[in-house]
Design a protein around this ligand. Structure first.
Ligand code: ATP
Length: 297
């Protein structure tokens, strides 16, 4: 029986700018995305019918789950893909700005491609993934990329030097459409400097990358959920110079160039934020090794 186990990495946005609202209602973005080692685990196995098993009560337990939508998409395109049981161990907080659903979706596409030797290239997988969500193409490629368009156009960037993060996800979620809907671009004077972050990546200069961190969506999310703004200030006061909201929020992360600093900071804030998560950048090797196949001899 064929089986695949896939590690589905979360992402953070090191920098996120919104350029304009398009005629189709979507916003044109420009953002540097980075995969981190916080991950869900997905096991795919052949079964009498499509079926999802998950330990999370916060995600759809049926075919509406993004992992199952990816199964259906592949079965519609490739008749040789049989019914599959998907076992999803959820570690990435849900509705957090960490692309949890998108990365599960990408993991299923990658897993099925390998299990059934479909031979789809990264570009072909990204094109399929874009049908299910703007962040899916990044989650297929990663680990460091510039995303433009509505987030689905991906250009690889030089590997990010090792960075270390402490993430805090408040107990509430935020709706991405609401955050974009509340955005008043004409009232915003200062945009984050995406190019400075890209220059830092080209130079391999970790501090320049951290100094360039910025997220235009903070203006909107902070208005809708002032507690996210408070969280950011409190995390900065706890002793970190580089603190940012990821995506449309509400997760806020503190970033460090040294692992020891991140560990120390984690110890300091854990009593205040028991759900805090210590994480780090994912490199290319980790990404290449994320699919393990069994029973395919
Ligand atoms: P992004 O950063 O891409 O905007 P997010 O981290 O903010 O995503 P998700 O965790 O992907 O948000 O959850 C968004 C919605 O998708 C939730 O309402 C959730 O119920 C739904 N969803 C469907 N499938 C999944 C899945 N496998 N994992 C997480 N959420 C899922």
């Amino acid at each position: 029986m064929k089986q695949a186990k896939i590690t589905a990495y979360a992402k953070i946005n090191l920098v996120l700018d919104v350029l304009r609202k398009r005629e189709d209602g979507y916003h044109e973005v420009s953002m540097v995305m980075q995969a981190i080692d916080l991950a869900d685990t997905i096991v795919l196995e052949e079964a009498p019918r499509n079926w999802l098993i998950t330990d999370s009560k916060y995600i759809p337990p049926n075919m509406n789950n993004l992992a199952m939508k990816a199964v259906t998409l592949m079965q519609n395109h490739f008749k040789q893909v049989p019914p599959l049981q998907v076992t999803l161990q959820k570690r990435i907080p849900v509705a957090a700005g960490l692309a949890g659903g998108s990365t599960d979706c990408a993991a299923v596409l990658l897993g099925i491609n390998r299990m059934y030797g479909l031979g789809l290239s990264q570009t072909e997988l990204e094109r399929l993934g874009a049908e299910l969500g703007s962040d899916v193409p990044f989650c297929i490629g990663g680990p460091t990329a510039l995303a433009t368009g509505r987030g689905e156009k991906i250009e690889p960037l030089p590997p990010c030097p090792p960075l270390f993060f402490v993430l805090v996800k408040p107990s509430f979620g935020v709706s991405t459409p609401k955050v974009y809907g509340n955005l008043r671009l004409d009232q915003i004077r200062r945009h984050p400097d995406v190019q400075a972050c890209i220059d830092g990546l080209h130079k391999g200069n970790a501090l320049q990358i951290l100094d360039a961190m910025g997220n235009l969506l903070e203006y909107s999310t902070f208005q809708l959920q002032p507690n996210v703004k408070k969280l950011k200030h409190s995390m900065a006061e706890a002793g970190c110079a580089h603190v940012l909201m990821s995506g449309s929020g509400p997760t806020v992360f503190a970033a460090f160039t040294e692992q020891q600093q991140a560990q120390q900071y984690y110890k300091t804030i854990k009593p205040v934020y028991p759900g805090a998560i210590l994480s780090r950048t994912v490199n290319k090797t980790m990404l290449e090794e994320r699919v393990e196949l069994y029973g395919n001899e």
